[in-house]
Design a protein around this ligand. Structure first.
Ligand SMILES: [Zn+2]
Length: 360
């Protein structure tokens, strides 16, 4: 007799619903960011690399991997833990996709249900120089939840090894500096409840700005490969001086670097996007994927994927939540280099190029 497919259970459907909900909330997940997992009988189902969590309910995006051999590989420094592809249970992997690049930390954490996402409130606090104090103050509102912070490491095995060190204490919540958050629990319901309560505890109001001047942006973009950001909230990056300063001060978290690069352009008054393209072309440089037009809004490169466009919105949501005068810890030049020269990421971006454009 063949074993019933573990996906044919109400438990698994509940897990997919929770995954879709997390994926459908722009304040928690942007594009292909974020991933969830559920463990049962030594097998962990985890989101596939490059897929959108918001589609968990509608498409086959969960990949099965064996947990113990993957954790053993991670502990042993075995390079196969990086992509986790050698740990996929092929006969159950109906989509044929690769597991998420963050699979190894899901395996290292012992809880049966895990949600990791790029909560803009968590990121806005986790990039601050005084993040330990700020996070402690916020998390005191959920005193029943145990939580730890994890120093910044590149996603993949460097981050998973850091998380593995904290796994034995079975934390309910892990806040990843310059990255996001992980919420763990024994059941889908417990994790869903914790996500709601932690979201409230960490919530900060974004700075209000004006609205974008789309006509002016279209003029400035004429004869270039740029267009005004289609998502109205993305323009907030350009509409306040504080937001502009934080956004151009350095890279804040990995997905920004991966999708929008390390340089954000600022168009001074009177310069068109076509002028800027001509200058960067003459100098043999790539033009920035995102341009700030101070006081008017944001222009995005036509080369951006759907996942890239939504990163502009993420940046707007994060910088708008960082209070004026706060010191920010940026990713280092070495951190940026690691992210821009990373084979697993190129795979994720290639998949994203294949995904249809969709609104945030
Ligand atoms: Zn992440």
């Amino acid at each position: 007799m063949t074993k019933p497919d573990p996906r044919d259970t109400e438990l698994f459907r509940g897990f997919l619903r929770l995954s879709s909900q997390i994926g459908g909330d722009i304040l928690k997940t942007q594009g292909a960011g974020g991933n969830t997992s559920i463990k049962s009988d030594g097998v962990m189902w985890v989101k596939a690399s490059g897929t959108w969590l918001s589609k968990a309910d509608a498409e086959d995006i969960m990949v099965p991997v064996v947990v113990d051999p993957l954790v053993a590989a991670l502990r042993a420094g075995d390079p196969r833990a990086e992509k986790s592809t050698d740990f996929v249970v092929s006969e159950l992997n109906s989509s044929g996709l690769r597991p998420s690049i963050e699979t190894s930390f899901h395996a290292a954490l012992r809880s049966p249900v895990i949600a990791h996402y790029h909560c803009v409130n968590a990121i806005a606090l986790a990039v601050l120089e005084d993040r330990d104090a700020e996070l402690a103050a916020r998390m005191s509102n959920v005193p029943d939840l145990s939580w730890v912070t994890i120093p910044y490491r590149r996603p993949g095995t460097p981050l998973a090894r850091e998380i593995e060190k904290a796994a034995s204490s079975m934390p309910d919540v892990l806040i990843l500096f310059n990255h996001g958050i992980i919420v763990c629990g024994d059941t889908v319901e417990v994790v869903a409840d914790r996500i709601d309560r932690v979201a409230k505890a960490l919530s900060c109001e974004p700075r209000v700005g004006g609205s974008a001047d789309i006509d002016a942006l279209e003029q400035i973009a004429r004869n270039s490969t740029y267009h005004p950001a289609r998502d109205a909230q993305s323009h907030m990056v350009a509409l306040s001086k504080i937001n502009r300063e934080i956004a151009t001060g350095g890279s804040l978290y990995p997905d920004h670097v991966i999708f929008l690069g390390t340089e954000i352009g600022v168009l001074p008054d009177g310069q068109s996007a076509a002028d800027l393209e001509a200058v960067t072309h003459r100098e043999g440089r790539d033009a920035p994927k995102m341009l700030i037009v101070p006081g008017k809004g944001v222009l995005l490169s036509g080369t951006l994927t759907a996942g890239g466009e939504v990163m502009a919105r993420c940046l707007a949501e994060v910088v708008g939540r960082i209070s004026e005068g706060k010191s920010v810890v940026h990713l280092s030049k070495d951190d940026e280099y690691e992210l821009t020269h990373w084979e697993a990421e190129q795979y994720r971006q290639a998949l994203d190029r294949g995904s249809e454009r969709q609104p945030a």
